[in-house]
Write a protein that binds this ligand. Structure first.
Ligand code: BV8
Ligand code: ZN
Length: 248
């Protein structure tokens, strides 16, 4: 793959990068995406699973879905895409990950500055007293409940729920102040997360998309690389090392 002169120039001169990621960056770790050809939503309906009313109606089913996904995540590991993003931290002053994913793989890959817009599957809280519970969930004992009597739920953002304000605001500030905004492995259809793409665009960032196919936001980007993130990100990282004299 060839990098354009403008991207090469940006890699040489830039100081702050944002990696805005979606389910596609974890696909090569074996974690199914939502809307791709074998996406989760093709089999299940979001309204049946990722929303609070569905949880109230059938907490056991929603919990089984999250525990199933957690099992897949625990059996998976960060792929070359996650690892490349973490390695950018060694050659740029300011690298921020703004992820829609709840799989914790960026943290496990070594990324430090992460904003999780849709929560994290490793955290749970009581819907009544909001107390956090991060112990193992044992569904054979039924739906986990808090000592206050409230049901415990996964700490993820469901449809119709507000994003955690501190995470969204942090992601927004980073998007408005970066030199290059990488959009990696996202269909860009879920809001308000996807609005950060436009925040970056309005602030003059250089938008680079990495996806296996064209998306709704391809037209907004200065450059799109079509292929697997685990293969493309390491190539961009190597070029950045050359441009910044960091080849070891
Ligand atoms: C809210 C739960 C305010 C956690 C998720 C109309 C317009 C605007 C907004 C709306 C609207 N109608 C409804 C809304 C609001 C709604 C929304 O945006 N709906 C969309 C679907 C139209 N948003 C909300 O409800 C949000 N909250 O608005 O609150 C509010 C409050 C009260 C009342 C009113 C409003 C909450 C959104 C969060 C929902 N939670 N998940 C979980 O279980 O995971 S969303 C779900 O989609 C995941 O979090 C996921 O991260 C997110 C985005 O999906 P992607 O990450 O992009 O994944 P996807 O599968 O779609 O795409 C993968 C991409 O990777 C593909 O492009 C594929 O080509 C690519 N790919 C695959 N393999 C690779 C690859 N790329 C590179 N390499 C590869 N190897
Ligand atoms: Zn409680």
């Amino acid at each position: 793959m060839n990098l354009s002169e403008s991207l090469i120039g940006k890699l040489k001169k830039s100081e702050s990068l944002v990696f805005f990621t979606g389910a596609g960056i974890s696909a090569e770790s074996g974690i199914p995406t939502f809307r791709g050809k074998d996406g989760i939503w093709n089999k299940l309906k979001p309204e049946e699973l990722a929303n609070f009313n569905a949880f109230l109606k059938n907490p056991q089913m929603v919990w089984e879905w999250y525990e199933h996904r957690k099992k897949i995540i625990h059996e998976s590991k960060p792929n070359n895409g996650h690892l490349a993003i973490a390695a950018f931290q060694e050659i740029f002053r300011d690298v921020t990950v703004v992820t829609q994913n709840i799989d914790n793989l960026h943290r496990r890959a070594g990324s430090k500055n992460i904003f999780e817009l849709h929560g994290n599957i490793e955290r749970n809280f009581c819907i009544k007293c909001k107390k956090y519970f991060n112990e193992e969930i044992n569904l054979s004992l039924g739906v986990p409940t808090c000592e206050c009597g409230g049901m415990i739920r996964p700490d993820v953002v469901w449809f119709g729920e507000y994003l955690p304000q501190d995470q969204f605001r942090g992601g927004e500030i980073a998007s408005e102040n970066c030199d290059i905004f990488f959009v990696v492995g996202t269909s860009g259809v879920v809001y308000p997360a996807a609005s950060l793409i436009f925040s970056a665009q309005r602030s003059g960032a250089y938008l680079v998309e990495i996806n296996i196919e064209e998306t709704e936001i391809s037209g907004q980007c200065h450059e799109s690389f079509f292929g697997e993130a685990g293969k493309i990100l390491p190539v961009i990282l190597e070029e950045a090392k050359i441009q910044r004299g960091k080849t070891v």
